[in-house]
Write a protein that binds this ligand. Structure first.
Ligand code: BTN
Length: 273
């Protein structure tokens, strides 16, 4: 039976096609493809535990238990979107691992800006918005020993060919897709191929220069300096203005009492959003 994706795509997803496009790449090879899976992150985690090399990838057409940050779920219907996970084995300290979320954010923002010239923005730490609505989420999960990372699973979900009415009603005001933003459908094989090359470019920058090599591009795409935000610290919410991002990727804000605070985890919102 023909799916929405077959009708739209000149080259529907398959392990054979993905393997041919990714052959020999540092990130994205070897690649496994599943028409349906619980979660690409879960399988990539298992494969990494069994010794999968850096760059190994898991791609799915649909996820039954797509996972988001902070125990949220990632709605993952078939035939329309991109759900991928990569195994990374960087020689970095566990404390530096969250920086990879920011690195991946830069790679995705650069990729999407090439197709959608206005309105692509990184929302710290892991969302990519288009015209203020979420088009992509990034979930990094790490296995580490005391001083070193064993592996990191970098999971990325991009809403590609969803129409507004394909999103469940609760998401229609907050989520978008490449198709909605660009007014045309996208070939998912091309999206995945371009995504993995952008990730490879920025991962190499990160490995050679650390987060400082990525910082300026991150700031340009995040467009957050000097903006009023509301950040949640444990149970407490504070408002303030973003004054920068550290060399290690920690967001810095000055709160309304004039106290400088480092935002390591949790959520932030632009105060006027
Ligand atoms: C978030 O915005 O909270 C992160 C969402 C990450 C979703 C992707 S889809 C591919 C990979 N597999 C998962 O189960 N989650 C990530």
């Amino acid at each position: 039976m023909e799916t929405i994706a077959d009708a739209l795509e000149s080259t529907p997803l398959s392990e054979e096609r993905l393997g041919a496009v990714m052959a020999g790449r540092k990130l994205g090879f070897p690649v496994r493809y599943f028409p349906e899976i619980d979660s690409t992150n879960l399988l990539a985690w298992r494969l990494a535990g069994e010794g999968a090399p850096e760059g190994a990838a898991v791609v799915a057409d649909a996820q039954l238990q797509g996972r988001g940050r902070l125990n949220r779920s990632w709605i993952s219907p078939p035939g329309a979107n991109v759900y991928v996970s990569l195994v990374l084995r960087p020689l970095i300290a566990p404390a530096a691992a969250p920086q990879l979320t920011l690195v991946a954010g830069v790679a995705v923002a650069e990729l999407l800006s090439g197709w959608i010239p206005a309105g692509v923005r990184i929302k710290w730490p892991n969302d990519i918005l288009i015209a203020g609505k979420k088009a992509c989420g990034i979930l990094t999960e790490m296995k580490s020993a005391a001083a070193a990372v064993d592996f990191i699973i970098l999971g990325i979900g991009i809403n590609v060919n969803m129409n507004r009415e394909d999103f469940e009603p609760s998401l229609q005001e907050t989520a978008t897709s490449l198709k909605i933003a660009a007014g045309r459908p996208f070939d998912r094989l091309e999206v995945i191929s371009a995504l993995f090359s952008h990730l490879e470019t920025w991962y190499r920058v990160f490995l050679s220069r650390g987060f400082p090599g990525v910082r300026e591009t991150w700031l340009r795409h995040a467009d957050i300096l000097g903006r009023p935000i509301r950040a949640t610290f444990k149970e407490e919410a504070r408002t303030g203005v973003v004054t920068g991002i550290d060399a290690d990727g920690t967001l810095i804000m000055k709160d309304t009492a004039g106290i400088i605070r480092r935002v390591l985890a949790g959520d932030i919102q632009l105060a006027k959003e």
